[in-house]
Design a protein around this ligand. Structure first.
Ligand code: FEO
Ligand code: CA
Ligand code: CA
Ligand code: CA
Length: 599
């Protein structure tokens, strides 16, 4: 058993020290297992993984690459089983294929990459006494969705001129989902998946709007346009408009077509986390992960129907098509002269202020919509949402990643991962919500909706955490004594444990050690006491955290992704050791004595 450690309930573990070990390091008294690896067969007929004999057909039945967001859903009537839903954000060809030539990918390599993107649904089975989990291959709900599966566009932009292509003149059917980063789980049992850096898959952009979304004018990095002309915007200019959406998947219905919900806007969606208003409407918080971009929320017009009836479920599957999309504007309460760009606290002792949710457009029940942005049609607001945010003067943030409301307090945590360009020549300088220039380590903002109404158009905010080495005077841990906290850099995904503590995973640690997972109390005397729970292998980021009573789950994404590394010259040999190919994988962690996490 672990030695007793003082701390908030759920966070009583000995913190893991920062390190650079090529492994998942967990606290003393905790155990772990690899739940599922890239390439493990999940569908009937899929072969066992063989890195040297991989094929697109095999990959389409196997767990995809670069697992990111995770959701664990109940499986009624199946004791000790749950349904795992995973995002597969992108592929690292140089770490997947022996002898990969980035200038000349083969058709088979490209088709394997298409099949390694997307989403996986896979039943997992646990032992009663531990947190160990293993996949149930060939479960009837197991499913793969890839870059070539059928998706439906729904909501106000569906069917419009901006999303029609030569292959889809209706503008309603898209092949594939790309770059699914973080996501969310709805109260009606579906999962949401944010299409993030979709720009990288497209070649030969020429429009100003494509430029605003970061799509390049030359060839794409992966050269997919050589194998399918839809990735060449010179030939198919609207194809990129069909990516950058929030996808809703019904994992309990393996026959269902997943939907891209256009009412939630188009940008580099990091995540989408829903909650309910007191009267049952749905509010979804969303970040656009780009330097100087915005964060958003969607408020549905209709109320969620409770219960397990088919009619209720069908109704709930329309909630995200009808409602209002907002963007956030923040104002600090301290004089601008007190925000000097170093992270020094202003004289009122807090980075804080007020904010408004600015409405951008409202979608009605049959796809009709009204724009609230002068000079833009509703269709333009939905497809070019970033430009709508520009027009209304939304606040330029330090890369908004995951955003989650606390199920205990209703406060919303907005994760701002970093922004090395803040304060550079020609760029916006520090403001109270983004108080450091050349911001390497990021911050977490705590937002309180006016009168605790998630649909409110007003809010208050303050910074909860200004990340970095606690010895650095420019860091802040909600006022908690800094000599007692773990260093943290580049927060990215967040979740809550059953006690209401916030758990934070990181991506891109700038303090010289590996990324990891941290827990922090948000209430009480220990508010701000941050502890590192685990670290991940060389080159990896920590994703998809889930914290249950007796189990922590993380997605270890892009292990071994270090400049110059390849299959032949690996930077990591996780999880299978020397001589074996590095594989992004999901890991479960539990207390070895079978007791609750952190108690
Ligand atoms: Fe895919 Fe913003 O992390
Ligand atoms: Ca202030
Ligand atoms: Ca992320
Ligand atoms: Ca990230």
């Amino acid at each position: 058993a672990p030695r007793p450690v003082e701390g908030a309930r759920g966070l009583r573990f000995a913190p893991v020290a920062p390190n650079t070990a090529d492994q998942v390091t967990v606290p003393a008294g905790y155990s772990q297992n690899v739940v599922i690896r890239w390439g493990e067969p999940i569908l009937r007929g899929a072969p066992a993984f063989d890195a040297d004999k991989q094929s697109a057909k095999a990959q389409a039945g196997q767990f995809g690459y670069n697992n990111d967001f995770l959701s664990l859903l109940p499986l009624r009537g199946e004791p000790n089983r749950q349904l795992l839903v995973a995002n597969h954000e992108y592929t690292d060809e140089i770490l997947m294929f022996r002898g990969y030539d980035p200038e000349n990918p083969t058709r088979e390599q490209v088709e394997i990459a298409w099949a390694a993107h997307g989403l996986s649904v896979v039943a997992v089975e646990g032992e009663r006494r531990t947190g160990r989990l293993a996949p149930v291959s060939r479960h009837h709900l197991n499913r793969r969705l890839t870059a070539t599966s059928r998706f439906e566009l729904t909501g106000p932009a569906a069917g419009g001129a901006l999303v029609r292509t030569s292959a889809d003149r209706t503008g309603r059917t898209v092949l594939g989902t790309l770059n699914n980063c973080a996501g969310g789980t709805t109260p009606w049992g579906t999962t949401l998946h944010g299409e993030e850096n979709f720009n990288q898959y497209f070649a030969h952009a020429s429009s100003a709007t494509d430029k605003r979304y970061g799509i390049g004018t030359g060839a794409s990095e992966r050269k997919w346009e050589r194998f399918d002309k839809r990735f060449d915007l010179a030939q198919e200019p609207n194809e990129a408009h069909r990516f950058g959406w929030v996808v809703e998947l019904d994992p309990y219905d393996p026959e269902s077509t997943p939907r891209k919900r256009t009412a939630l806007g188009r940008f580099k969606h990091e995540a989408a986390q829903p909650r309910l208003t007191d009267d049952g409407r749905v509010v979804v918080y969303m970040g656009d992960d780009e330097r100087f971009d915005y964060f958003y929320k969607f408020v549905s017009s209709q109320r969620m129907k409770k219960g397990n009836s088919r009619a209720a479920h069908e109704h709930n599957l329309t909630l995200l098509d009808e409602g209002t999309l907002y963007v956030a504007k923040l104002t600090g309460d301290s004089p601008a002269t007190e925000i000097d760009g170093t992270g020094k606290l202003p004289s009122d002792g807090e980075f804080d202020g007020s904010g408004t949710w600015i409405p951008l457009a409202t979608a009605g029940p049959r796809g009709e919509a009204v724009s609230h942005v002068p000079g833009m049609t509703a269709e333009e607001v939905y497809v070019f949402t970033r430009l709508a945010g520009d027009k209304v003067g939304a606040t330029k943030m330090d890369r908004p990643e995951d955003i989650e409301p606390s199920p205990r307090t209703g406060r919303v945590y907005v994760v701002l991962t970093n922004n090395a360009d803040r304060g550079k020549a020609g760029k916006a300088g520090a403001d109270e919500a983004n108080p450091r220039n050349l911001n390497k380590h990021g911050q977490i903002l705590e937002l309180a909706e006016h009168r605790d109404d998630p649909a409110s158009e007003r809010f208050a905010w303050r910074l909860f955490l200004v990340a970095g080495d606690p010895a650095d005077p420019a860091t802040y841990f909600a006022g908690f004594p800094k000599e007692k906290v773990s260093p943290i850099s580049c927060p990215d995904n967040v979740t809550f444990d059953p006690h209401g503590n916030l758990w934070i995973s990181t991506d891109g640690n700038q303090l010289g050690s590996h990324d990891g997972l941290f827990g922090v109390a948000t209430r009480g005397e220990r508010r701000g006491e941050l502890r590192q729970f685990l670290t991940v292998p060389t080159g990896a980021e920590t994703c998809g955290p889930i914290v249950q009573d007796r189990r922590v789950l993380v997605a270890v994404q892009h292990p071994g992704e270090i400049d110059g590394a390849s299959v032949e010259k690996p930077a990591s040999v996780w999880p299978d050791g020397p001589g074996r190919i590095v594989r992004p994988s999901v890991v479960a962690v539990w207390r070895t004595d079978g007791e609750d996490i952190g108690l």
